[in-house]
Each structure stands twice: as C-alpha cells, then as structure tokens.
Design a binder for this molecule. Sequence first.
Ligand SMILES: [Zn+2]
Ligand SMILES: [Zn+2]
Length: 87
Amino acid sequence: MLPLDPQAEIGRRAWVPCPGCEDTRDCEPCGERRACSRHWRYLLSNKGSLLHLQCPGCTHVWTHESGFGATRSLWSRVTSGLPRLSS
Ligand SMILES: [Zn+2]
Ligand SMILES: [Zn+2]
C-alpha cells in the first residue's frame, strides 16, 4: 500500500470508479453515477480535463480523463460535495 499523497485533502474529492479495487461495482449510488458517501477519491491535482486521483481504500494512484475540459464546470460537477440531481 502506498502512503496517502500529501496533496490528498478531504475537501477535494472526485467520484470516479477506482481501477484498483473496483469497490463501486455493487454500489447503487455509484452505479447511478451519483456522489456516493462511501466511494470517492482524493483529487490530488488536475491538468485540464485530466484528473490525478488517489483511492483512499487501496491507495491506488491514477489519472482519469474526465472529458470536461479545464473549466469551472469541471469543479462543480466533479467535486461538488453533495449530489445535485438535476434530472
Ligand atoms: Zn481503490
Ligand atoms: Zn458507492
């Protein structure tokens, strides 16, 4: 297990399935792409739409192409703390 990255902050989270442990597989909120209270990743940094993430469960570190582009909407969509279901 890797140590948590020093950049890992509870206030910066992203809801992306972890390729390391796949802990979201049988989870209902994650399956519906909602902001799950149990399954989230530390958002270490981002370059444009590329997110640098670390899983708090298995400490796997990876990059994820969000496809959102480097805009404020990225932050509001990926890092909003509570689910905001618009549809
Ligand atoms: Zn994981
Ligand atoms: Zn979940």
